[in-house]
Design a protein around this ligand. Structure first.
Ligand SMILES: [Zn+2]
Length: 350
């Protein structure tokens, strides 16, 4: 029989599920801030995987998918352990902001891993690291845009030490995302102090940043994105031999790319979008008009957003107010070393 899993003062027996509330810090208002961690502790031995959501407070769309995974996994049939942190940054989530509130040098929790400071972001990242990431063999960290923008992308580190880089790619393909960005995560963006930069680059475990869907679209689309996320997680568990008979959500072919083009507005206004949530994954030609920014004051078009190169849309937005630099469109380059992986495993360069 496997040993019980101990998280803080909570113990979960093999073949059981449980939830730990790990104390993190006392706030100035006197309340205690804790981190909620769900554990599905399989009856049989196997790897441990960490599912993380809402490091950025405005990126809560994935909480629902993780709730479904948490409730449907059967600890009796699971080999290994699944740790789920649905709200990694309750301070930012409580305000609906991307960043952690407070006068801090670490407003962005996803640049606070491995920190030595006591800012709120650093302490939350430390708690996630100690109780979840450091006892895991794989990290899936879920992000997406704020309300009104939707994503379809997975980010993995080509500069992770082997075998973490190759294993990240294998698991990202199993997840079924049509679009996967393999780039320098540790040396480049989002860096070694991001969750996946830390997990992949410092700890050397497979790690991916997963962005599927977003809030503010039709119920049918949002349901499809939750289903894709649940199936993707189950497929990864299958690829790690943690469950039997996983779904196979892989499309006919998947793009692994290096270069992305962000097409975000320079000016604030009302975005009138030509490519909404149902256009995720569409290929557009260079010069295609993706959307326009209208002044809500004069009603004039003040900016046109056009594709700078041919690419696959990996994020899009609905009509909504945008700030300068706000999320509008992202294109995955189909040039510059991009590879297509066919469902049968064969590989082609376009
Ligand atoms: Zn994020």
């Amino acid at each position: 029989m496997r040993d019980p899993l101990v998280i803080g003062s909570t113990s979960v027996e093999a073949g059981q599920r449980g939830r730990a509330d790990v104390p993190v810090m006392t706030l100035l208002n006197g309340s205690e801030l804790s981190l909620s961690i769900h554990a599905i502790h399989g009856r049989e031995d196997g790897p441990t995987i960490c599912l993380l959501s809402t490091l950025h407070g405005g990126e809560w769309f994935s909480i629902e998918a993780l709730r479904r995974v948490t409730s449907l996994l059967d600890p009796d049939a699971l080999r290994g352990t699944v740790l789920v942190v649905p709200v990694a940054n309750p301070l930012a989530f409580g305000l609906g902001t991307r960043d952690t509130p407070g006068n801090s040098d670490s407003p962005d929790m996803n640049r606070s891993f491995g920190g030595r400071h006591t800012w709120s972001s650093d302490q939350l990242a430390d708690a996630v690291t100690t109780h979840a990431i450091n006892r895991s063999d794989c990290l899936l960290d879920f992000h997406m845009g704020p309300w009104g923008s939707a994503f379809q992308d997975i980010l993995i580190g080509g500069d992770f030490p082997e075998p973490a880089a190759e294993e990240s790619e294998r698991l990202a393909l199993a997840f079924g995302s049509p679009v996967i960005r393999r780039a320098d995560i540790v040396k480049g963006f989002p860096g070694p102090r991001s969750s996946i930069g830390y997990a992949g680059g410092v700890r050397g475990i497979p790690a991916m940043g997963i962005e599927i869907g977003g809030a503010g679209f039709s119920p049918k689309l949002e349901e499809a994105w939750w289903n894709a996320t649940v199936d993707g997680i189950l497929a990864v568990l299958g690829a790690m031999s943690m469950i039997d008979d996983p779904p196979d959500p892989r499309p006919a072919r998947q793009l692994i790319y290096r270069t992305s083009h962000r097409v975000n507005p320079r000016h604030g206004g009302l975005l009138r979008s030509r490519f909404g949530g149902d256009q995720l994954g569409a290929t557009v030609a260079a010069g295609t008009l993706l959307g326009e920014v209208l002044s809500p004051y004069s009603n004039e078009v003040i900016e046109e957003l056009r594709a700078p190169a041919e690419g696959l849309l990996f994020y899009v937005a609905r009509d909504y107010p945008v700030e300068p630099g706000g999320w509008a469109y992202g294109l995955a380059s189909v040039a510059d070393g991009a590879r297509w992986i066919e469902r049968n495993g064969s590989e082609g360069v376009r």
